[in-house]
Design a protein around this ligand. Structure first.
Ligand code: TPP
Length: 654
């Protein structure tokens, strides 16, 4: 529609406060470009010049408890939702007075129900979870997610549309269609009609643009009212155009095309009027004064460098007395307790009567029907959804049916859960818990038998815990629930059916190092020759095999079973090895041993100056075959362990 069709004088009266906000956004964006070109800012910036009225229409009149998630082009959304333009400027200038103390800068903002992140689409399932929580807590609030049309290429967007639709999350998806994804014209990236996509999920759609302001404001209001009233998702497509480069100066678009949109830009047309020209100057002046008077203070290294992971330094041995029950029952009871404390459980096929592929969640939905959600096969989205719930104060458990499928959740754990605490300057936490069974020895073959934990070890601010039937898991799960960091909780398929360990005539076990309790199995008679370090179901197998190991190798073993794989506290193990005259250390892992936990442990022993033979063994480095004879040769079985210890013995007594 050509610009002369609109009466900008008349529109000035109808939308005066909205125009003021749009001018403020444009001035702030232009200031950022100036500061960058003067070398006064670090990193990058994506301005929304040309798109401002989208932000103003969607965010300017929200309730304070409504939520907004956004992407890399988030400044306009942020200003409209929070009105905090000074905090935004300070943030991009890297100042402690910035909304996230200068840590997040342009793309990573968090304040009063607003959050943005750079990786496209990653916050959509988080928003879905936030919306669901708002609805469940009977709040008449909604959540809004902004994406660009380029993000239609991301799978998690469709998982999120589906999840929000199925669960009736009051979630407004706003697609800002500016025709380009960075340098790519949408004709090259998008097939079919955009608006048909949400319709396939039975989601109500609306469409408008940033040139016809009356249509824009009316349509946006209708869309928001629909979400609020019906507690259902809506998809709103806003056609628009960015007048600046994608980020600072990268623009290959046709100059005639840019000029065409410049002429019809409503803000440019308003700024041609004296009234708005004056207002613009006043805002520019305010911004300049703010920058001139800004406090130069920056966050210190010491104030930044702390995380939420449990670190213990006390060595404290307590004996373990397990009930005579199966691991699966103790797990079931321990998790049931967290339900009684309010946690949500989300996963595929977890509701009764099925109760989960391995039956860990049996009985949960019967007892707590409102807290147990059967999900679609959408591991990435349900993890994001759980992160959304966790931002709202819940400590939910997400079940990934087989550990193998944790490959799908990598992005949510790294991009969102593990980072939120730091990148949003300690203003929020994402205590989501992902629980999953790892491991083979059940013939499930190459994609249902893996132990993938090594890929998650060392992710900053992510707790990784491996449960084991050597001890009742309830205490560990209680401890996890006290923490505010995200956690990956590894169960083990072959461990589920075992009875919790009862002291045998050969080994006694105790717990060292609260709170998670490194488990120490020591020979009842006499001292150990070698230490074996392992975790999870494999540690249980080693402890069960201790007599056979002794009879075959004539070596007396002690076993350390590590519960917290990350953060790894080696101090009690190192102290014990030093003081008990241990002659060698063998680390046994479920996965192939290259670049894994064993490498870390042996590095720790070496760094501590303990000069004894060490060896790591694990699965052979090939996909795990299904048929038993070959699976037994690939995974660390009792025979394999005994033959390795025999070889290791020669090395020790060389
Ligand atoms: C997962 C992911 N892949 C790639 C990028 C790099 N990137 C940043 S912005 C962008 C274009 C996004 O286009 P669109 O979603 O249409 O939003 P617009 O920039 O047009 O506002 C790309 C590819 C990213 N941030 N995240």
């Amino acid at each position: 529609m050509a610009s002369h069709n609109f009466d900008y004088e008349k529109l000035s009266d109808i939308f005066s406060s909205e125009i003021e906000e749009a001018i403020l956004i444009r001035c702030v964006e232009n200031t950022f470009l100036d500061l960058f070109s003067e070398g006064l800012m670090n990193g990058t910036v994506h301005t929304c010049v040309g798109q401002e009225f989208s932000a103003v229409a969607v965010c300017s009149d929200l309730n304070c408890n409504d939520w907004v998630t956004s992407n890399h082009r988030c400044h306009g959304h942020y200003i409209s939702k929070t009105k905090d333009w000074t905090g935004l400027i300070d943030e991009l200038m890297g100042l402690e007075s910035g909304v996230c103390k200068g840590i997040g800068s342009s793309q990573h903002l968090y304040k009063n129900g607003f959050l943005s992140n750079g990786p496209q689409g990653s916050l959509l399932p988080v928003a879905s979870g936030i919306g669901y929580f708002l609805k469940k807590s009977n709040q008449n609030n909604i959540v809004i997610s902004f994406v660009g049309e380029g993000t239609l290429g991301e799978g998690v967007l469709y998982e999120s549309l589906n999840l929000s639709s199925i669960l009736d999350s009051p979630h407004l998806f706003v697609l800002e269609n500016n025709l380009y994804s960075q340098s790519t014209n949408q004709a090259e990236a998008i097939s079919g009609e955009i608006i048909d996509r949400p319709k396939a999920f039975n989601i109500q759609t609306f469409e408008t643009n940033t040139w016809d302001l009356e249509h824009l404001f009316n349509t946006v209001k209708e869309a928001k009212d629909f979400v609020r009233k019906n507690k259902k998702p809506v998809f709103l497509k806003i056609n628009t155009y960015r007048l600046n480069a994608h980020s600072k100066s990268d623009d290959d678009r046709d100059a005639d095309e840019i000029n065409f949109f410049l002429k019809k830009d409503p803000l440019k047309n308003f700024l041609d009027l004296k009234r708005w020209e004056d207002f613009n100057l006043q805002i520019e002046n305010n911004i300049r004064k703010h920058i001139e008077n800004s406090d130069e203070k920056k966050l210190s290294f010491n104030d930044y460098c702390h995380d939420q992971l449990p670190r213990s330094s006390e060595i404290n041995e307590i004996s373990i007395n397990n009930n005579n029950e199966r691991m699966i029952n103790s797990l079931n009871k321990a998790y049931l307790k967290t339900l009684s404390e309010g946690s949500f459980f989300i996963g595929e096929d977890i509701k009764d009567p099925y109760g989960g592929a391995f039956k860990v969640t049996k009985g949960f939905s019967d007892h707590f029907p409102d807290q147990v959600i059967n999900s679609p096969i959408s591991e990435s989205a349900i993890t994001g959804f759980g992160i959304g719930l966790s931002l709202m104060g819940n400590k939910p458990f997400i079940e990934i049916m087989f550990g193998d499928f944790t490959t799908h959740i990598f992005d949510q754990l790294i991009t969102n859960a593990s980072k939120f605490y730091h990148m949003y300057a300690f203003q929020c936490s994402a205590p989501v818990r992902v629980r999953t069974p790892m491991g083979g020895k059940r013939g499930y073959g190459p994609t249902h038998s893996q132990s993938l934990e090594k890929f998650f070890l060392g992710i900053d601010n992510l707790l990784v815990v491996a449960l084991t039937s050597l001890q009742d898991p309830s205490n560990t799960i209680d401890e996890i629930q006290k923490l505010d960091c995200p956690a990956l909780v590894i169960e083990n398929k072959i461990d589920y059916g075992k009875y919790l360990f009862q002291e045998n005539e050969f080994l006694k076990i105790s717990k060292v190092d609260e709170p998670f309790g490194l488990i120490h199995a020591t020979p009842i008679n006499g001292e150990a020759d070698i230490s074996i370090i392992s975790y999870g179901g494999t540690a249980r197998e080693i402890v069960d095999s201790s007599l056979e190991i002794y009879l075959e190798t004539e070596l007396s073993i002690e076993v350390f079973c590590i519960t917290a794989l990350h953060p790894l506290n080696l101090i009690p193990i190192l102290e014990s090895i030093k003081h008990n005259n241990i002659k060698g250390v063998l680390v046994i892992e479920d996965h192939s041993s290259d670049f894994g936990l064993g490498s870390e442990i042996i590095a720790g022993i070496s760094e501590a100056g303990i000069d004894i033979p060490c060896k790591k063994i694990g699965a052979e480095p090939f996909p795990i075959p299904s048929f038993k004879e070959l699976e037994d040769k690939i995974l660390p079985t009792q025979d394999f362990i005994i033959s390795n210890i025999t070889k290791f013995k020669d090395k020790i007594y060389d």
